[in-house]
Design a protein around this ligand. Structure first.
Ligand code: HEM
Length: 232
């Protein structure tokens, strides 16, 4: 039989390969296994873009381009903001159907997601280049907060880094809510790790110094005004 001629769209997007990456209908543990597998694949694709943007942001910081790096991190944050939405698309699966899927997973665990683990590794590597940008301007995070307009590019980059940290924590928190809905938090996972271990991850920060600087700013302003009760 003659092979079907692919359109340029199919060739460029590689739809044939892409759509052959899911379990076939006859092999699904239940209908919703397709949703479960595809949402994970979609998440991995978002992770791939996030990793590329983080790499570019780091190179731009090293080249002294704070604004360019902030723009890349803005993109990262758009993806991280979107990801918790895809968790809602998994919550449509009933917990009982999920147990059918779970039996087909072997020892598969999101903990072994290559994309997620690369983001975990890449996040902290932005800190050193950021510190270099700060010291080139003889600034500390507190000093940048005190006079944002005088350090606007550094300030905007710092805000994107804080947003990245917050969005990544939110992603982990929303995932925890998904786990709570689907299997509960009082149980052991497939790798034998209590699901509650995820709660520790939710509290992990990439840039603790930046979070501390916000508190320092509050202490600094708090000490400069002597707050009085409002008059009636
Ligand atoms: C029915 C839905 C899901 C359940 C019940 C579930 C369950 C779990 C559990 C129990 C863990 C802890 C590690 C382990 O011991 O396995 C975990 C980790 C993880 N899962 Fe899921 N998961 C679900 C859906 C998803 C989806 C849709 C994604 C897509 C991004 C995902 C990504 C991850 C990641 C990245 C981790 C590591 C998280 C961290 O360390 O904070 N999971 N998952």
């Amino acid at each position: 039989m003659e092979k079907k001629q692919l359109t340029d769209y199919e060739k460029y997007i590689r739809t044939e390969e892409l759509l052959a990456l899911q379990k076939e209908e006859g092999h699904l543990a239940c209908e919703d296994e397709l949703t479960f597998q595809m949402i994970h694949q979609i998440a991995e694709l978002h992770f791939k873009l996030i990793i590329q943007y983080l790499g570019i942001a780091k190179r731009q910081m090293l080249a002294g381009d704070a604004q360019g790096a902030a723009n890349q991190l803005r993109r990262v944050n758009m993806h991280l903001k979107h990801l918790p939405e895809v968790f809602n698309m998994v919550k449509v699966i009933s917990p009982i159907d999920y147990h059918t899927i779970r039996l087909a997973l072997g020892r598969g665990s999101g903990q072994d997601s290559p994309g997620f683990n690369q983001i975990l590794q890449a996040g902290p590597t932005l800190w050193e280049p950021f510190e270099q940008l700060l010291s080139a301007q003889k600034r500390t995070p507190l000093a940048v907060h005190q006079k944002p307009q005088e350090n606007i590019e550094l300030y905007q980059l710092m805000q994107q880094m804080i947003q990245f940290d917050e969005s990544f924590q939110s992603f982990r928190y929303q995932h925890l809510q998904l786990v709570r809905r689907m299997i509960g938090l009082e149980t052991n996972s497939l790798k034998g790790v209590p699901a509650q271990a995820l709660q520790k991850g939710v509290r992990y920060e990439f840039y603790p110094v930046l979070w501390k600087a916000i508190s320092e700013l509050t202490d600094w302003t708090g000490s400069s005004y002597n707050a009085q009760p409002l008059q009636d």
